[in-house]
Design a protein. Structure first.
Length: 260
């Protein structure tokens, strides 16, 4: 195979994968990120078995390395897609996980090997990959109120788990009335709750994205099975199970939880 024909085969890798990676980068929702990652996984797997079998001698080992890297990239993209909704909860956190994946690293390493023969080769096969993005661990202050209300009631929250946001909504709706941020292994009291009956939702996780109003990693969502009447009582809520406790909760999907 001529060098020109070989370079054309690498251009095909770029032509197929660059738009896939761009779709992951530009995804605005977790579902969009998941769809883009799934397509990337399929395309990378197809490409891994379609590289030239007779590359120039100096490119034999790097080509094999690239084939393996494409398979690893496919596996990593699929793994990140599977994590969307739990381990990673926003499109940005999905992208960050993917950029640090074994597959992304393997592609960069393959690009380095190919680039040692011709710099253009390396750019073709990995120039579209973003640099590794580090996870963030952003938090609000313990007890920071996200949604203010006005009333005589109060709710004391004991949290021995991860950071959480507790949101009160009108019964049977997702209309938020009051919400507060509670750090892990901390307690706080939400005051000024209206004298009415509410549902209580709890969102927990790591790294609070204030713009998106959600945790970006290790997210979970729940709703207490009972309602809470603040017309003549103050209440205490423990977010982690306690022995002989009488509170039951239902686990929810991200789409079933209200905004704070």
């Amino acid at each position: 195979m001529s060098s020109a024909a070989y370079e054309q085969s690498l251009t095909s890798v770029n032509a197929q994968l660059a738009p896939d990676v761009a779709a992951v980068v530009n995804a605005e929702t977790p579902d969009a990120a998941k769809t883009a990652l799934s397509k990337l996984s399929t395309d990378a797997q197809n490409l891994s078995g379609g590289l030239p079998s007779d590359p120039p001698d100096t490119l034999s080992a790097p080509t094999q390395q690239l084939s393996t890297a494409l398979g690893t990239l496919s596996t990593s993209a699929d793994s990140t897609a599977s994590d969307v909704g739990s381990a990673v909860c926003t499109s940005a956190s999905a992208l960050a996980e993917f950029t640090r994946s074994d597959g992304a690293k393997a592609m960069r390493d393959a690009a380095t090997a190919l680039g040692s023969v011709d710099p253009a080769y390396g750019k073709d096969v990995a120039g579209f990959l973003p640099a590794p993005i580090a996870d963030q661990t952003r938090q609000l202050g313990n007890g920071q109120v996200l949604r203010h209300s006005d009333g005589p009631g109060s709710l004391t929250i004991n949290n021995s788990g991860t950071d959480a946001v507790v949101t009160l909504t009108k019964v049977g709706t997702k209309t938020p009335v009051a919400s507060v941020y509670v750090r892990g292994n901390a307690n706080t009291t939400l005051s000024d709750i209206p004298g009415d009956t509410f549902d209580i939702y709890v969102s927990s996780g790591t790294d609070w994205d204030s713009a998106a109003q959600k945790f970006t990693r290790q997210c979970s969502f729940s709703k207490t099975d009972s309602t809470w009447d603040f017309s003549d009582s103050d209440w205490s809520l423990t977010l982690t199970p306690v022995v002989n406790g009488n509170l039951t909760v239902s686990q929810l999907g991200a789409g079933d939880a209200p905004n704070p």
